[in-house]
Design a binder for this molecule. Sequence first.
Ligand SMILES: [Zn+2]
Length: 559
Amino acid sequence: MTPDIIIHNGKLMTFDTTQPDAQAMAMVDGTITGVGSDAEIKAMAGIRTRMIDAKGGTVLPGFIDSHVHLFGGAFELDCLNLYGIEGMEAMKAAILPYADANPDADLVYGVMADYAILGTGKTPTRHDLDRILCDRPLAMIAPDHHTVWANTKALKAAGLFDGGKVEAGSEIVMGADGKASGELLEPGAYGPVITMTALGGREALGLVTGRDPQPAATSDQRARDKDVISRGLAHCAAQGITGLHLMDGNRYQLELLSELEAEGRLKCRCMVPFHFKGKDDIARIAAEGVPLRDDFQGNKVWCGHMKMFIDGVVESGTALMLQPYPGDLGAGGNIGDEVFEQSHFVAAAIEADRHGFQIAVHAIGDAGVRRTIDAYQAVRDANGPRDARHRIEHLEVMHPDDIPRLAALDIVASIQPGHAPFGHVFPSTGTEEYLHDHQIPGAYAWQAIRASGAKVIFSTDWPVTPVDVMPNIKSAIAPHHLGAPWTDQTQSLPDTLASYTRDNAWVEFSEDRKGQLKVGMMADVVIMSHDLTSLPPSDITQASAVTTICDGQVTHQAS
Ligand SMILES: [Zn+2]
């Protein structure tokens, strides 16, 4: 058949071992129909074939970001962004004009607020925020989405001012005066504040509860939510992304994405999880999870995995550690917060595996990661080995003894290069506040994990860091060198690109149809502005996506 599109004059990295490099490719109806030299492929052209000159740029299978929060990330594109803001004056200068410009907002809401935003070494309290804005609800969320800081008005409006009972692993931090301090740890505590956002918190439900809006969204709300998600998808396509693995979800999101697909507005393929919470009954997996998965099995929108959290994050001292945190975070012997009782966690994992789910567990502390590996071992013991491709998300701190267990149990390491203190995005100093020196050899140990034989996949965890692909690749291939006791975890460019394309396709069980430029594969392709192999690693961000093609359709074209 005559190709719809031919890409020529490119440097194709095909990830097809039988033909690793090529100049040109052709596609018809969303499927790759030819890969070869310019002469071979151009000979296939017909009168209606669209010819795209790659101008010597690298051509890759479309990027797949294997850990994102699409709805929240899309929503936050339009929020007040506090990234890089530090100190009371800078906070006022950012927040007050935004508040004035949004006089009707129920909540003045800032995102990407660093744990050290005050510049004082202390995390914010409601009193700090009251000094910025006291007559309207104001809240800020940390980049990792594990902590929210709220002023007095916001705490009162959310019904949290006097504290209250929250689910395990979450905490309304109380002040010495018996009132909420303003710091809210984990979704179970901050959820009520988030319901005051412009979207009524619907953007966060897949994370906070894993359940649908109650009461159900109105048709106006659905239309608005779809517009937000659609803008987010266009933003991803502009990065060269053709696929996303969502790490929060509910039936509502699967419905919205399916409607976007039917309307021709879905610019990336989306895998959406069933989100199982620490307080959920095991029976929920069969009762809700299995039907959710069975109802959504498209090529573009599907439910394939079950997401769980076993712990929190290091910066707030909620990630589970094998020994107490250093310094203030370790006060009272704090080793972090347990989201699940371990026996419940293991039972949930066994049940999910028994139903054929892939499991993805957020685990950051060395004890959280160990408990997750233990659970996957228990799954294998209970149900027998199978090609499950269970994942651990983040594994930021590992006990070195646990690293070889990943490959031994076929556990996939899902890593976000931009999250490491040497990843350029977050501060490279201050790690001694949450890590002991002896933990550093197992911290953000990308290369040690890869060298152990474990499968390594890359992602951003957008909006924890921007979904932008090239800065995240720079984090991997040109990290800061922090010096001893930190060791060099630099990733090679080919490994990094494979972890962002071929291996992210593999982890979603799509290796026979995605992740390679090869005849018969889905026509998901990105053309880059540069030959990536010719750029020095630290200059890789000069490159950007020129053309993105998903399912044979151009979803992004740089002007
Ligand atoms: Zn995440």
